[in-house]
Design a binder for this molecule. Structure first.
Ligand code: CP3
Length: 353
């Protein structure tokens, strides 16, 4: 099956494109009334993830509404700890929670290794179904959480404001911390490779909480495990490179190190100026980002102006995938998303720049 829109894969390979490709983190989510309706039918969020038909349905919703250049698998990063027996649940308004937490070296040692292709078979079924449904319309991005980001949830047992327990764990028990991260890196590698075998054409690693670490701690506890994953991924499938995007939120300080990890693209949050990031990294890898998601609350004129500013800051030449600097928030007006996506395409069109 031919891929009719390959802008994303071309930009990730730093090849020229007609217009800058755009997708959005959390593009299938609560800001869309049709998503809220599907979730209501599913009962709750995890039922939505565990049902391949419903996961496929919500993955397609943003593509049916907007001119996005990629689909992203609808699932969650916490499926891995769930498959390891940690008992994931979502309580209303409180975000993710785990029935079991990791607090001791013995907890880490008894953590089972998983076979992602079978233990997370529902995710692979969703990937194959989405690929069939997309039918070459746009590429499908698979994803996973970084080992460090997964570890924070497993140790804390939920989200956290200060990550006190997760940090205490790596400082007090670095060996157990490394064992946990090794186990998670192995699971994430298997999980992403299973997604690639099932049809994912690019993958993104979400290191949402890498940026809470000190520089030495980031370089010891987060980046090396992502580097190892990147190097163990299936590099080519269906005759094409399968690119990997690394997104460390608040990772602006470590761009050079991230870009040298072997990844094809560095995801930027909105705090970084994309032009400055480009001049620091050079044209070694592509860059993804990085509009502040809150700009989507502003008026259409402001949204267009901000899109233009980011395109100008990136400058000419290939290697830019437009995105937000983090996920879209539930209160955004869906009409503003159309303004955003259309502005990226219009303002980046060859000849205009
Ligand atoms: O981007 C997409 O459209 C793909 C789907 C996707 C979801 N979660 C769906 C989701 C992706 C890529 C994720 C990744 C994820 N999940 C991350 C990393 C990315 C990031 O946002 O930094 C993290 C940290 C999680 C863990 C998680 N899942 C949290 C903290 C929450 C609650 C957050 C909130 O906004 O309430 C979730 C739930 C979740 N995952 C929702 C969606 C659409 C909201 C669930 C709902 O109530 O319908």
């Amino acid at each position: 099956m031919t891929l009719r829109n390959d802008r994303l894969l071309r930009a990730l390979a730093c090849k020229p494109v007609d217009v800058t490709p755009v997708w959005m983190m959390r593009q299938a989510g609560r800001y869309l009334p049709e998503y809220r309706a599907s979730r209501k039918r599913a009962g709750d969020f995890m039922n939505l993830c565990r049902n391949p038909q419903l996961a496929c349905e919500v993955t397609m919703q943003p593509l049916d509404r907007y001119a996005f250049d990629a689909a992203i698998l609808f699932s969650d990063i916490l499926t891995i700890p769930d498959a390891m027996g940690q008992g994931l649940y979502f309580s209303a308004g409180e975000g993710p929670r785990f029935r079991k937490t990791i607090r001791t070296a013995a907890d880490v040692e008894s953590l089972p290794s998983i076979d992602p292709a079978s233990d997370l078979g529902y995710v692979m079924d969703a990937v194959s179904l989405i690929r069939r449904e997309l039918n070459g319309r746009a590429p499908l991005i698979g994803f996973a959480g970084s080992p460090w980001t997964l570890a924070t949830y497993m140790i804390e047992g939920s989200g956290s404001k200060d990550f006190r327990r997760a940090k205490q764990f790596i400082y007090d028990q670095p060996e157990a911390g490394h064992l946990l991260l090794r186990k998670l890196a192995e699971a994430v590698t298997g999980y992403l490779n299973a997604q690639i075998r099932a049809g994912a054409q690019a993958v993104q690693i979400f290191d949402t909480w890498g940026g809470i670490l000190s520089t030495p701690a980031y370089l010891e506890f987060s980046l090396p495990y992502m580097r190892q994953i990147v190097n163990d991924l299936i590099g080519e499938r269906e005759g094409r490179t399968v690119p990997c995007i690394l997104f460390t939120k608040q990772g602006g300080l470590w761009l050079k190190e991230i870009a040298a990890s072997g990844c094809h693209c560095v995801g930027l949050d909105w705090t970084m100026d994309i032009g400055r990031a480009r001049s620091r990294i050079g044209n070694l890898v592509a860059l993804q980002g990085n509009m502040d998601p809150s700009v989507l609350y502003a008026s259409p004129d402001v949204i267009r102006r901000e899109v233009d500013a980011i395109l100008r800051s990136f400058g000419s030449g290939p290697g830019h995938v437009f995105n937000l600097g983090h996920g879209i928030t539930p209160q955004v007006d869906p009409d503003n998303v159309a303004v955003f996506v259309d502005a990226v395409h219009e303002l980046s069109a060859t000849g205009r720049r």
